[in-house]
Design a binder for this molecule. Sequence first.
Ligand SMILES: [Zn+2]
Length: 259
Amino acid sequence: MGDTQIVIGSKTFPEGVALGFSTRQGGVSEGIYKSMNPDPRREDLIENVIENCRRLGDVVGFTPEDMVMTDQIHEDTIIKVTEEDRGIGLFKQIETNGDAFITNSKNVALTVFTADCTPILLYDPIRKAIGAVHSGWRGTAIDIVGKTVAQMSLEYGCKPENIYSVIGPCISACCFETQGEVPSAMRELLGDDAECSITRTGDKYHVDLKLINKLLLERAGVNKIEIIKNCTACETDMFWSHRRMGLQRGSLAAVIMLT
Ligand SMILES: [Zn+2]
């Protein structure tokens, strides 16, 4: 294995936030979680998970105590959090399930977990508000990212044109082979606009979830969109992939915090 890379960052976000997407490298976990698993919901040793979060935070610029986590359920519940919620997931019980977080509080590290699903981080430097979104294909089909942008506008007065967005490592069109239900759901949401993200091969389809989430961000009025190209299912020495590993794996964390 080459050099260890713990985190992939953004090349476009302005100052005022700490953010990053974890890889599977640079942690202390063993066995099927070797080595970077920051997800306490896996059956990994909690002391190793906390140390992994500490290492991740050392690179990105947060502490495990800053982190807020949830049980993601592929729906469109958006959880508004404040400083009082710091530590939920690692040190306090998760009480609210959802698939996206928003906050305008500093030192709250919004954390979503993925392993092929699409993570998206949002930042409005004018209103000083952030969001973190877990958008699997089901979440994409119900526009969780567009709803999160709308909620940031409602709660914090954000203007979509001021929001920076970054779409993180996820399963790409090369490996996301599906049955007809996925393209059907995307067509239902986007109409003809979905076609550019769908390729048919025989009786299967390949769907580009990054491109669909980009379209959804644009529809929500966001025009600052960075896409991290890595495919989690192609690069299995770098990322966890549910499609490649099933449940024999850790999770990737996407984290953002106002500093
Ligand atoms: Zn791939």
